[in-house]
Design a protein around this ligand. Structure first.
Ligand code: CO8
Length: 260
């Protein structure tokens, strides 16, 4: 596995665990972290043995945003390049054909909340805090927050959070549907690993196809999305794993997946 300066990249059986590791700067996303995240997720995308991914942060923060020190010096052309780099990373994570779980251990602010939202599922520590503080800095969200937050929690709540820059705790994030589970801080990774292993025990080809249909379906009108689901559903009937899953059920035994 590749080595990184700002990330820890580990493997536990068929689960990859990526930890943003810049705790002195609250894991803020500078260009190097964004480049390394892209590198790690490219490696994960190509590794057939990895069935699920956990993304977390070292120390008090998940990620406390884009790096304000780096950003404060940018002109418009450089800011565009930085925003494009951030979007490329978020889009890559969002569309990688493996489930990605954010284990939000602490502050997920600005670009950090945007990074968590690019993941498929968010599990939060009771200590986690979420927010889009950009307007308080004279900025607007720039790594997809204006786009993903309304899709996850609805326009009204997203606008409230973005315009007010209010920070919310894990319980409120759960209440509004921004996170799917809350765990005690010391049990967060265990909770994320449990969800990751449950998903990893299902047919990988089916999980990745479901991800593809949910993601693409979200960006289509209902009629096109319906046709897309019908076609995707039928394609899987030519997979070995569909035959294995249904046969194993009928033979009352556990399925053995081949990812084919
Ligand atoms: N960028 C750079 N450094 C940071 C960041 C950040 N986002 N957050 C924290 N740090 C640094 C602090 O400057 C401090 O450094 P030092 O020790 O050298 O003084 C160190 O991390 C520790 O932070 P604090 O002392 O502030 O720790 P606290 O526990 O008191 O507070 C907070 C923790 C609440 C997380 C606080 O640090 C904070 O409010 N951070 C900033 C949060 C924020 O505003 N994030 C949004 C940034 S903007 C953004 O993400 C836009 C995304 C789109 C970009 C588009 C590009 C064009």
């Amino acid at each position: 596995m590749a080595e990184f300066e700002t990330l820890k990249f580990e493997r536990k059986d068929n689960i990859a665990i990526v930890t943003v590791n810049r705790p002195k700067a609250m894991n803020a996303l500078n260009s190097q972290v964004l480049d390394e995240l892209r590198g790690a997720f490219h490696e994960i995308a190509q590794d057939e043995g990895i069935r699920a991914v956990i993304l977390t942060g070292e120390g008090k923060a998940f990620v406390a945003g884009a790096d304000i020190a780096e950003m404060s010096k940018l002109n418009a052309v450089e800011a565009r390049a930085f925003a494009k780099k951030g979007h490329a990373v978020m889009n890559f994570i969002e569309n990688i054909e493996k489930p990605v779980i954010a284990a939000v251990n602490g502050f997920a602010l600005g670009g950090g909340c945007e990074l968590a939202m690019a993941c498929d599922i968010r599990i939060a520590s009771e200590k986690a805090k979420f927010g889009q503080p950009e307007v308080g800095l004279g900025l607007i969200p720039g790594f997809g927050g204006n786009l993903r937050l309304p899709r996850l929690v609805g326009d009204g709540m997203a606008k409230y959070l973005i315009y007010s820059a209010d920070m919310i705790d894990a319980a409120e994030a759960y209440r509004i549907g921004l996170v799917q589970k809350v765990a005690a801080p010391e049990e967060l990774l265990e909770a994320a690993e449990k969800v990751a292993s449950t998903i990893a025990s299902k047919a990988p080809i089916a999980v990745s196809l479901a991800k593809n249909v949910v993601n693409n379906g979200n960006n289509m009108d209902m009629k096109s999305a319906s046709a897309y689901e019908v076609n995707s559903f039928s394609v899987i009937f030519d997979s070995e794993d569909m035959k294995e899953g249904t046969t194993a059920f009928l033979e009352k035994r556990a399925a053995e997946w081949k990812n084919k």
